[in-house]
Write a protein that binds this ligand. Structure first.
Ligand code: ADP
Ligand code: MG
Length: 260
């Protein structure tokens, strides 16, 4: 066991009272005739750190996007922090306040400063005063180690710095869960580590995290569960030690062999 694993907060693993943050039950989704999610069942409890991997096109991004209703599922149930996602906009807003999302391409607002990127949603959606929002933003920009960039614009920052801003911006909403969709795959190699280090640090703080990534070192170090998806289904899930040393499914073995 390495140092990072020993410092992680213990997870409340399904004991009575442990909080279910995400619950997906028999979720099915189609794009036209194409079924992109097949009978997805997934429970994420507070403090869990889950890594999802799988081939390109297997539905990983779609799964994450259904959790904050960037995409709509057609069958089954998705319940986030006790609120079931339906077409009711109040529910969707409530869920989005609880779910932070970090994308591959950062998606910062280019015409706003770093600080403004971080204060916009808390002021509009959480009704923070500008002063409160600024204090929270500066605390998280300090956490991701770039408080000195607060008054710059996104284009003036490196990719790794922009992604750390995107993480800080999501954290400013005090989400119940953070979703990461391949947060390092658009970065130059020398910037991958600074973003992964930030994510490790969040994990050590006890943040509930669902991360799509092919960074298997991160998965080993941080995840308590690794999920493998293929062709819209969850094919296999296990603790990382088991997942990497003894994958059960042939498709998982093939996928892992191709990563090396
Ligand atoms: P992954 O993130 O695992 O690469 P995605 O969830 O992005 O997979 O996509 C799964 C499949 O759904 C792919 O075949 C992709 O082409 C298709 N797809 C994704 N988004 C759409 C869309 N908006 N309309 C139609 N097909 C889509
Ligand atoms: Mg994807």
């Amino acid at each position: 066991m390495n140092a990072a694993q020993t410092t992680l907060t213990p997870i409340d693993n399904g004991e009575p009272g442990s909080e279910l943050v995400i619950r997906m039950v028999n979720v099915q989704k189609w794009y036209g005739d194409f079924q992109v999610l097949r009978d997805i069942n997934l429970e994420v409890r507070r403090g869990e750190r889950i890594v999802i991997c799988g081939p390109s096109g297997s539905g990983k991004s779609t799964l994450l996007r259904c959790i904050n209703r960037l995409e709509e599922h057609q069958q089954g149930h998705i319940v986030i922090n006790r609120v079931e996602l339906t077409n009711d906009m109040r529910r969707i807003d409530a869920v989005r306040r609880d779910v932070g999302m970090v994308f591959q391409h950062f998606n910062l607002f280019p015409h706003l400063t770093i600080l403004e990127n971080c204060t916009l949603a808390p002021i509009w959606s959480k009704k923070y005063t500008p002063k409160e929002a600024k204090e929270v933003a500066m605390a998280y920009l300090t956490k991701v180690k770039i408080p000195d960039q607060a008054n710059k614009y996104p284009s003036q920052l490196s990719g790794g710095q922009q992604q750390r801003v995107a993480i800080a911006r999501a954290l400013c909403m005090s989400p119940k869960v953070m979703l990461f969709d391949e947060p390092t795959s658009a970065l130059d190699p020398e910037m991958v580590k600074e973003v992964l280090d930030t994510m490790v640090s969040l994990a050590e703080d006890g943040t509930t995290m669902l991360s799509v990534t092919h960074e298997m070192g991160f998965a080993r170090q941080v995840a308590n569960r690794v999920i493998f998806m293929d062709q819209g289904s969850i094919v296999e899930e296990a603790a990382p030690a088991e997942f990497f040393s003894n994958p059960k499914h042939e498709r998982t073995r093939l996928f892992l062999s191709q990563l090396l």
